[in-house]
Design a protein around this ligand. Structure first.
Ligand SMILES: Nc1nc2c(ncn2[C@@H]2O[C@H](COP(=O)(O)OP(=O)(O)OP(=O)(O)O)[C@@H](O)[C@H]2O)c(=O)[nH]1
Ligand SMILES: [Mg+2]
Length: 323
């Protein structure tokens, strides 16, 4: 039977990093397939992951836990038929809830070994009131406190207590037995998404969860949350400093920026990864599309329009409206 893990967690917490680091290392002897769903209609993670894994399926333009259940399931079937993987890792979008995806995997007869929620130890405070983020923590059985390099022991302990509190609030019940489903969960710490192999050893209590499916009511949560995205393209003739200048002027409402840009003074295309004020860059081997930046946050529209008017080399297409 094909095994799977679902990797969830809010925007920019380090899910893709975990896939490119830990998962790659621990599963080098297995045939691994990756399914990735990104928030918004243009994906960047597929390009990053394709650099590391040969079998990557990217599902964009919507949320796999709401609008895209069918596309998700047929995508998983396609990847199984084509590649015959031993393990499938699903990276959910930062705005997805994990439980509907768990149900889809069960529907397909794929064993879910664990639902891993990656938590940004540095920034949990900024996003812990978001209902989707709470559901991600509540609906997982393995919690990875990531970015521990950015906090001290005291701050990490406070994050752990916040997670435990959210877990207690999300006392999800098995409708058949009345037992709490996510009673047994584990919390791990990680830097760069690097976690022990034991995390993947399968502790999901699948039998406890039978019966929940019938009762689970999943509204389209993306319409409730005010998270939106705006896409902008960059002019061709720019240098690294131009990009840096934009990143130094990101408004507070925007907590995530992803992008791929080509600049004159760097040989390879650069992947931009900005989350809650921290930026990193990685080089890609090839990228033929126009340079792009995607801004994600809450009620960001006016702020991003203003940003684009400040930097003439940043163009926002008029016809695009935030989702
Ligand atoms: N300092 C530090 N940065 C990290 C760590 N893990 C990830 N990052 C950085 O956090 C940013 C976001 O990482 P990703 O792995 O793309 O996060 P994600 O959860 O996949 O993001 P989305 O798919 O957009 O929701 C990148 O700049 C990473 O380099 C960590 O442990 N420490
Ligand atoms: Mg990602």
């Amino acid at each position: 039977m094909v095994q799977s893990f679902i990797i969830t967690g809010f925007l920019g917490v380090g899910k893709t990093t975990m896939l490119t680091n830990t998962v790659k290392e621990h599963f080098s002897d297995k045939k691994v397939a990756i399914v990735v769903n990104e928030f918004g209609d243009i994906g960047i993670d597929g390009d990053i992951l394709s650099n590391v894994y040969s079998e990557v399926l990217e599902i964009s333009e919507g949320c796999i836990c709401c609008q895209l259940a069918e596309e998700f399931e047929s995508g998983v079937i396609e990847i199984m038929n084509k590649y015959n993987p031993e393990i499938i890792f699903v990276e959910t979008s930062g705005a997805s809830e994990p439980f509907p995806i768990f149900l889809s995997m069960q529907n397909l007869g794929i064993s879910v070994e664990g639902v891993i929620c990656v938590v940004d130890s540095k920034n949990l405070n900024s996003y812990k009131d978001n209902s989707t983020a709470q559901y991600q923590i509540g609906g997982s059985n393995i919690i990875v406190l990531n970015k521990t390099d950015l906090v001290d022991d005291k701050e990490l302990e406070a994050v752990k207590q916040d997670v435990i509190k959210i877990k207690e609030e999300f006392n999800i019940k098995n409708t058949m037995t009345g037992k709490t489903v996510f009673n047994s969960y584990v919390i791990n710490s990680a830097e760069r998404g690097i976690v022990n192999k034991e995390v993947f050893e399968g502790i999901y209590k699948i039998d406890e969860i039978i019966g929940l499916a019938n009762d689970y009511k999943h509204d389209n949560h993306t319409t409730e949350d005010s998270i939106t995205q705006k896409v902008a393209y960059l002019k061709e003739d720019i240098v690294f400093n131009d990009v840096d200048e934009i990143l130094n002027n990101i408004p507070d409402s925007v907590y995530r920026v992803k992008g791929i840009v080509k600049v004159k003074d760097v040989a390879n295309p650069l992947v931009i990864n900005y989350s809650f004020g921290n930026v990193s860059f990685d080089e890609l081997d090839a990228y033929e599309e126009p340079s792009i930046m995607i801004f994600i946050g809450e009620s960001i529209d006016n702020d991003v329009i203003e940003l684009c008017s400040k930097f003439e080399y940043l163009n926002m297409p008029q016809f695009r409206v935030g989702k």
